[in-house]
Design a protein around this ligand. Structure first.
Ligand code: NAD
Ligand code: UDX
Length: 475
């Protein structure tokens, strides 16, 4: 009887929350409980101020919360009741000991598996939703097997998540594919069927792909590594463009029209951010190193090195063009999130650009439509090693883009928020120091229009206009 099917999800983060919201909304007969060790996070999920911003999420949560979607700190009860348990906890890069800076830290996954084993008194399907290294399912199985209550059996599946932040709801509703890896035994196949049945409530069957567990685990790392690699590839080309007069947008378009290459993920930028790409590329590098495949590790390491270089290059471009010094100069930083439509700043390139500029003595006025003041200071403190009190001498947070721009020497576009395209640039120009500069790290503005207003425009992937210092006088 499927009418009483129950799901527990351990981890109420960027993946667990939205994923379970979609499952619960598409499967009204399934009871879904999302649990977390953080009581604050659960309280936020149960309040009017969700712990994360994701377009379309709030409307869904409001409709189904406490109907068949529940957020709770009672992990034991949720595990006990569940037929199927998602492990959706964080898997950060290790920051200590062996594999420091490379290896994924699996302690939260292990902790979740131990909690399940100690609590569960009937059979369960365990689904690893977190991004994990190849073979993690085996470790989970071992922990479950050696700690389980008598008579309890587990099936462990791999079901990586491919959603991107800012478009999570869309990605969950219409995924390119759902990937399920499991054992090729009768019990394994039956568990795969059960998980597939959940997705079949809204995902066409032909988009549900089943593989063995290792392939599934590895595919997730490879998908993220390929995406990150495309960005680093186009970013290397952006440097060539700046030096030669080619335009990286034109090159991306021309190259992307080849159907074998495709047009997506070819936007040059100040480097990729987010909690996943760097971590998962390191995950792959660590795997290759562990397998003694040094050339493979070196190949993927370049993706990260280019990303770091791109961030530094952009900051250098700013300093160089502001007559070699930004010391004491006010700069308006537009955007702190790692991409638009999210308040998430994990590994945001904006943080690194700010760090470089602060080291040069700049005074930053930061504006982001979604990121909180506390978050910005936390991130900058972590990156610079300075306290908030010290940082406040050089960093101010503006309430809007106009306030940030007033009396500044330059606007620095770090995040591609749509609202930055719609600002009143003639007004902004009139309030800035002269000559006024714009550094467009996301290639989102109308550069010809800005130049005609009098701005000196510099961007990633394009040679700056030759007459840059001719139009510097106030209009
Ligand atoms: P997150 O940090 O937002 O959420 C993880 C949550 O798990 C936290 O709230 C934490 O308190 C909780 N947690 C940790 N251990 C727990 C335990 N033992 N019991 C209960 N709760 C526990 O992380 P996230 O961004 O949701 O990522 C989760 C996983 O999904 C990671 O492996 C990540 O690589 C992967 N992933 C993330 C994205 C993304 O866009 N963020 C996309 C695809 C895959
Ligand atoms: C990524 C993957 O896309 C997703 O499938 C996976 O599940 C999690 O990791 P996410 O990090 O949320 O998702 O966002 P994504 O849209 O991939 O952007 C990552 C970073 O790359 C952002 O900083 C973005 O601005 C940057 N980016 C993206 C570029 O610089 N250029 C591009 O062409 C695309």
């Amino acid at each position: 009887d499927n009418s009483t099917f129950r799901i527990c999800c351990i981890g109420a983060g960027y993946v667990g929350g939205p994923t379970c919201a979609i499952i619960a909304s598409k499967c009204p007969k399934i009871k879904v409980t999302v649990v977390d060790v953080s009581a604050d996070r659960i309280a936020a999920w149960n309040s009017d101020h969700l712990p994360l911003f994701e377009p379309g999420l709030e409307e869904i949560i409001r409709k189904i919360r406490n109907r068949n979607l529940f957020f709770s700190t009672d992990t034991k009860k949720a595990i006990q009741e569940a037929d199927l348990i998602f492990i959706s906890v964080n898997t950060p890069t290790k920051s200590y000991g062996f594999g420091n800076g490379r290896a994924p830290d699996l302690r939260y996954v292990e902790e979740a598996a131990r909690q399940i084993a100690h609590t569960a008194t009937n059979n369960k399907i365990i689904v690893e939703k977190s991004t994990v290294p190849v073979n993690a399912a085996e470790s989970i199985k071992t922990i479950l097997k050696t700690n389980k209550q008598p008579g309890v059996n587990y099936q462990v599946l791999s079901n990586p998540e491919f959603l991107a932040e800012g478009s999570a709801i869309h990605d969950l509703l219409a995924p390119d594919r759902v990937l399920i890896g499991g054992d090729e035994t009768i019990e394994g196949l039956s568990a795969i069927k059960k998980l597939s049945w959940i997705y079949e409530h809204w995902v066409p069957k032909e988009r549900i792909l089943t593989t063995n567990t290792w392939s599934s685990e590895l595919s997730k790392l490879v998908a993220n590594a390929f995406l990150a690699q495309r960005i680093s590839s186009i970013n290397t080309i952006s440097a060539i463009c700046e030096a030669t007069g080619a335009s990286v947008s034109e090159v991306s378009k021309a190259v992307g029209l080849d159907s074998r290459i495709g047009s997506k993920f070819l936007n040059a930028s100040i480097g990729f951010g987010g909690s996943c790409f760097q971590k998962d590329v390191y995950n792959l590098i660590y795997l290759a190193e562990s397998l003694k495949l040094e050339p493979v590790a070196q190949y993927w390491l370049q993706v990260i090195k280019i990303n770091d270089w791109q961030r530094e290059r952009f900051a250098h471009m700013i300093v160089q063009n502001l007559f070699g010094s930004v010391n004491g100069k006010k700069l308006a930083i537009y955007g702190f999130a790692f991409k638009k439509d999210t308040a998430d700043t994990r590994e945001s390139s904006s943080i690194y650009v700010c760090r470089y500029l602060l080291a040069e003595g700049a005074s930053l006025h930061i504006y982001d439509p979604k990121v909180s003041v506390e978050r910005i200071f936390l991130d900058l403190s972590e990156q610079t090693g300075k306290t908030e009190t010290d940082l406040r001498y050089h960093v101010q947070i503006a309430n809007d883009a106009y306030e940030a721009a007033k009396d500044s020497h330059a606007l620095v576009i770090c995040t591609e928020w749509d609202e930055f395209k719609l600002l009143d640039y003639p007004l902004i120009y009139s309030t800035m120091k002269k000559p006024s500069f714009i550094f467009d790290g996301r290639l989102i503005l109308d550069h010809d229009q800005l130049i005609s207003l009098g701005f000196n425009v510099f961007c990633i992937g394009q040679k700056p206009p030759i007459n840059k210092y001719l139009n510097q006088s106030p209009r």
